[in-house]
Design a protein around this ligand. Structure first.
Ligand code: PMM
Length: 291
């Protein structure tokens, strides 16, 4: 293991950047909404992602695209639980992507082993105590409020410094609430209350996040708007739709692995699984820097 990448208590140690595949059981997620909406299709898709090289599968039942309204808790449970159960019963390491403590608790009971909360514990005051009691890994993402109006909050003087300060506050709240530091993963929340220059700056400064917060880092750039903007800017063409951003996503995966990210979260797994393996081989042949 590369010591600088960090290890998350309760999960295996991978010798390279891990790959978390995404299964959104939603009708409206920005890049794959509706595709895996019935449980059997979603389970099959998760198993396909594992066959393509995913180390973990993140299952979510609520879209967080900009402007998205909330779904009812009962509907979120209905979407997520059979998929978590189906994948866990096949031996897959499942992470549940939810802002609700009740969903996290029931998903853990159904076999999930990680809680991925895009609000970093801020949306539901019961989340931190629930994760602390379950003693499972917790992903703390940088978040400035619900998706319905988050773009209004994309205002920064110095995005990396502010994200580090705000993430540190969430991290401290989680630890004060009883979650062991060794189980916490941090995530800059690309695309959440961020404009393209903010996202790019954060990717450029991933090493700073990792060094200053001293926790394993998850990078979730997959198919996000800023990649569309980068691709559009080469010849002024309009940004490609989300599904055509997979090669750009894999490029970020290689860069993130190089910067010592613990894991990348991606919709299309194969290319990123290759990217992190190539980054690891290059790093191993070189100076011992992360890869
Ligand atoms: N982004 C989305 C959903 N869940 N979880 C984490 N930890 N980090 C993210 O940036 C993140 C997330 C956005 O929607 P998607 O599921 O379509 O990628």
């Amino acid at each position: 293991m590369n010591p600088s990448r960090g290890h998350v208590a309760g999960l295996p140690e991978w010798d390279r950047c891990a790959v978390m595949g995404v299964v959104n059981v939603t009708p409206d997620s920005f890049s794959d909404g509706g595709k895996w909406f019935d449980s059997d299709t979603a389970v099959k898709h998760g198993l396909d992602l594992v066959a393509e090289g995913a180390d973990l599968v993140d299952v979510g039942g609520e879209s967080t695209r900009p402007g998205a309204p909330r779904v009812d808790e009962s509907e979120e449970l209905r979407r997520v639980l059979p998929v978590v159960r189906g994948l866990a019963s096949e031996g897959v390491l499942v992470s549940v992507d939810t802002m609700r403590a009740a969903v996290a608790e029931q998903a853990l009971a159904a076999g999930a082993v990680v809680v991925n909360d895009v609000s970093g514990g801020l949306a539901d005051p019961r989340m931190v105590p629930a994760v602390a009691a379950a003693r499972v890994p917790f992903v703390v993402m940088h978040w400035r409020g619900q998706s319905i109006d988050m773009n209004n909050r994309a205002v920064y003087e110095d995005v990396t410094t502010e994200v580090i300060t705000e993430l540190r506050a969430s991290l401290e709240r989680a630890v004060a609430g009883g979650i062991e530091p060794a189980r916490i993963v941090i995530d800059p929340g690309l695309g959440f209350a961020k404009q393209t220059p903010h996202d790019l700056r954060l990717v450029a400064e991933l090493g700073r996040l990792r060094n200053e917060l001293e926790r394993p880092l998850l990078v979730a750039a997959s198919r996000k708007r800023f990649l569309g903007r980068v691709l559009a800017s080469t010849d002024g063409a309009p940004a490609p739709p989300a599904r055509e951003r997979d090669a750009a996503t894999a490029a970020i995966s290689a860069l993130a692995a190089r910067e010592g990210a613990w894991a990348v979260r991606v919709h299309e797994v194969r290319a990123s699984a290759d990217a992190v393996r190539v980054a690891h081989a290059v790093a191993s042949a070189g100076s011992g820097e992360p890869g």
